[in-house]
Design a binder for this molecule. Structure first.
Ligand code: 0X9
Ligand code: ZN
Length: 299
């Protein structure tokens, strides 16, 4: 049974998503593709009417970052229950269709429950590689092999054998590409460090839209911090966290989705990836306040 104030297993998440469209005609579920181990990459679309621009939100590309999927799921429940009553939820869904991928790396997520709580990568096995797994957030077909990526299969930042070698990456790239013409924004949710970031990761050069992305980031962070006082930094990936090539948001930005952001949620290291469940609801509340404020500030 799904719980929005606790962490859920992959099976619980999948059962919740599978049951939604039958009980709520504002939702529809598609599989973007299959993982290495054959799990589905479920994406939930939330739409209160046709003809709107799209916003993409992915969570859980890194297996151990459990607060990501929890925040995506809380947001789905919040929007569905509060459309028509909450001002932000209503304005958001009146203006945009939401495309939510709550678990971008379900094999890894399942593995963090069964075997290794701190697993990060997917579960790809390549003959000749010493270690299992590719860092999906270094596998995108954009500046592949660049800074902050490794060709050592045992590295946490192992990029994989070739651009978009992983089925998870192929599925997500195809879906982002298909949505790009109508996509107003993309958010890729990670943890931890309390950061709100925009491109680029692959270079410390600023993207053409840096001023505008900085403006929207400031609006998002201000709204986020206003909820529970949680402090966030914001800026480009390369200089705010560290250089990292072949990531989700450099890929989406290159495709023309200008408003591409990546967030690192709570905390700053006290618990890190092992964020206690008691922090799920406050984290989700502040994150969605920031997301909604940022999205509604997009011209
Ligand atoms: O290393 C990463 O992939 C991200 N940090 S994490 O601790 N969550 O692993 C930061 C990389 C920047 N993210 C994107 N460009 N999407
Ligand atoms: Zn991450």
């Amino acid at each position: 049974k799904i719980a929005f104030d606790d962490y859920n297993t992959w099976e619980e998440i999948e059962a919740y998503l599978a049951g939604l469209p039958a009980s709520d005609d504002r939702t529809s579920l598609v599989s973007l593709g299959k993982t290495v181990e054959g799990r589905d990459l479920w994406q939930l679309k939330i739409s209160v009417g046709a003809g709107k621009k799209a916003v993409w939100i992915d969570c859980g590309i890194h297996a151990r970052e459990w607060i990501g999927p929890a925040t995506c799921l809380w947001g789905i429940d919040f929007l569905l229950n509060n459309y028509g009553s909450d001002e932000g939820a209503t304005a958001l869904l009146d203006a945009y269709d939401l495309y939510v991928l709550p678990v971008n790396n379900p094999d890894g997520y399942a593995y963090t429950w069964s075997d290794d709580r701190l697993w990060r990568k997917n579960l790809a096995v390549y003959p000749g590689n010493e270690c299992v797994g590719v860092d999906l957030n270094r596998n995108f077909d954009d500046n592949f092999g660049g800074v902050g990526t490794s060709n050592d299969s045992c590295s946490l930042n192992y990029r994989g054998p070739s651009p978009a070698s992983e089925p998870e990456t192929q599925a997500v790239q195809a879906a982002i590409t298909a949505l790009a013409p109508e996509a107003a924004a993309l958010f890729s949710i990670h943890s931890y460090r309390q950061l709100w970031m925009y491109p680029y990761g692959y270079t410390s050069d600023l993207p053409p839209d840096a001023d505008e992305l900085d403006r929207i980031s400031a609006i998002g962070v201000e709204a986020l911090t206003a909820v529970h006082g949680t402090a966030y930094q914001y800026g480009p990936v390369s200089t705010t966290i560290y250089p990292a090539a072949s990531t989700t948001i450099d890929y989406s930005y290159a495709l023309g989705i200008t408003y591409s952001f990546t967030l690192e949620l709570r905390d700053t290291g006290t618990y890190g990836f092992l964020l206690p469940a008691i922090e799920i609801v406050p984290t989700a509340e502040e994150t969605w306040a920031g997301l909604i404020a940022a999205i509604l500030a997009i011209p």
